[in-house]
Ligand binder design. Structure first.
Ligand SMILES: Cc1cc2nc3c(=O)[nH]c(=O)nc-3n(C[C@H](O)[C@H](O)[C@H](O)COP(=O)(O)OP(=O)(O)OC[C@H]3O[C@@H](n4cnc5c(N)ncnc54)[C@H](O)[C@@H]3O)c2cc1C
Length: 361
């Protein structure tokens, strides 16, 4: 019997598997496909990302440095409102490469990471969890047992569903695609043209340019995406699509099963970004959860909420501005744009006394 079986090897699963294996636990991590694929992410992250990967991986993963964002209430020809910092705010990275690097870190720490293994059923019992696993290229299924299971299987989580944990309050539909002309531009463009969210353009250095948007389900996302690329006069390829859960849910734990990352809706409500929040929560889980102590799951619940819930709450507040009437948005952007002193993953830095004083002075 394993101490932990981790379902899904994205950033949440790989990080938890690594940390739990480093602590000395027996860890099996199962990924249904090939790690990192299919891509459904911009890989636009704060520079904190470099605390989670080996120094040697940075040159391979790094694509571009971002110092600011041009906000528009309309398309590319509407007035830009630049928010910027003199230090870099964020980096654009190779997301597929990131997942592979994080999985290698887990393997090097001693976790048994297997691709082509889909968890199809989870039976939580008093003293263990029994998982049914289907292996690519093999007929029939395998059974695996664990003291505890980490559900790191993304926004449409089978683990969450199987054990009856609550769904995220909201799930957005995100799409993105690329053009291949190199662009070393140092800012992203944000268009407040999608209902309750936004569309974007991200320069990815030699890797080209990304166009994307997210919006609530029911919105004609593909149509809005075509309007975006038409307004830029570009033809994109490699269209990607994915779900963005917005939380937080009331609970992410049962007696022997816990969720991390998108499965637990641990994302930023105002950007949909979840890479760093999922790894922050994975570290909380690895620090506090003991596989033979179901009561340690309560400590994980408190720890990740302490680390992230005020940021998520303030992130919801920022997101409300996306739904304001356009003239109000324009006035607000005009008043607030300029140099900012915020951390991309910490809305609390936007609402800090020092920053508000600077904005309104
Ligand atoms: C369009 C879009 C753009 C985004 N851009 C950004 C961004 O720029 N920055 C940012 O920080 N975040 C971004 N995100 C969010 C980010 O992708 C997620 O928050 C992040 O991937 C969460 O990591 P995770 O490990 O929880 O889940 P995932 O990365 O989704 O990993 C889950 C893994 O579980 C596997 N899996 C699923 N079911 C099973 C099963 N039954 N058995 C075995 N394996 C299974 C999947 O194959 C997958 O590999 C974006 C999301 C979208 C949709």
């Amino acid at each position: 019997m394993y101490d932990f079986v981790v379902v899904g090897v994205g950033p949440a699963g790989a990080r938890f598997a690594r940390r739990a294996a480093e602590t000395g636990y027996d860890v099996l991590a199962l990924e249904k496909g090939t790690i990192g694929t299919p891509l459904a992410c911009s890989g636009h992250v704060s520079t904190d990302i470099w605390n989670y990967v080996p120094e040697a991986a940075k040159p391979e993963l790094f694509q571009n440095r971002i110092y600011g964002a041009n906000f528009h209430t309309g398309g590319p020809h509407s007035d830009p409102h630049l928010f910027y910092k003199t230090d870099e705010i964020s980096n654009v990275i190779d997301r597929v490469g990131l997942d592979r690097t994080l999985a290698d870190c887990a393997r090097n720490a001693g976790a048994d990471v297997r691709e082509g293994h889909t968890v199809t059923d989870i039976d939580e019992r008093a003293d263990r969890v029994v998982l049914t696993v289907s292996v690519a290229g093999e007929s029939g299924t395998q059974t695996v047992e664990a003291r505890m299971v980490a559900g790191c299987d993304g926004p449409i989580s089978r683990v969450r569903n199987s054990v009856g944990l609550p769904e995220p309050a909201e799930t957005l539909h995100g799409v993105l695609a690329f053009t291949d002309e190199p662009d070393d531009g140092d800012h992203v463009d944000v268009h407040l043209t999608a209902p309750r969210f936004f569309a974007w353009r991200i320069p990815r250095g030699a890797a080209g340019v990304e166009y994307g948007l997210a919006a609530p389900p029911g919105t004609e996302v593909t149509e809005l995406f075509e309007q975006l690329t038409d307004s830029y006069g570009v033809e994109t390829d490699t269209f990607c699509s994915g779900a963005i859960p917005i939380g937080p849910p009331e609970t992410v734990t049962t007696d022997r099963v816990f969720l991390i990352g998108d499965a637990a809706a641990q994302t930023k409500p105002f950007t949909g970004g979840g890479i760093l929040y999922s790894m922050t929560a994975a570290d909380c889980a690895a620090r506090h959860i003991q596989p033979d102590r179901p009561d340690s799951l309560d400590i994980y619940e408190s720890a990740w909420r302490q680390a992230l819930s005020s940021e998520i709450r303030l992130g919801h507040l920022i997101r409300r501005a996306y739904s304001l009437p356009e003239p109000v948005q324009r006035a607000g952007l005009t008043a607030l744009s300029g140099e900012i002193g915020v951390h991309m993953d910490k809305p609390s830095s936007f609402f800090s006394k020092a920053h508000l004083k600077r904005l309104f002075s």
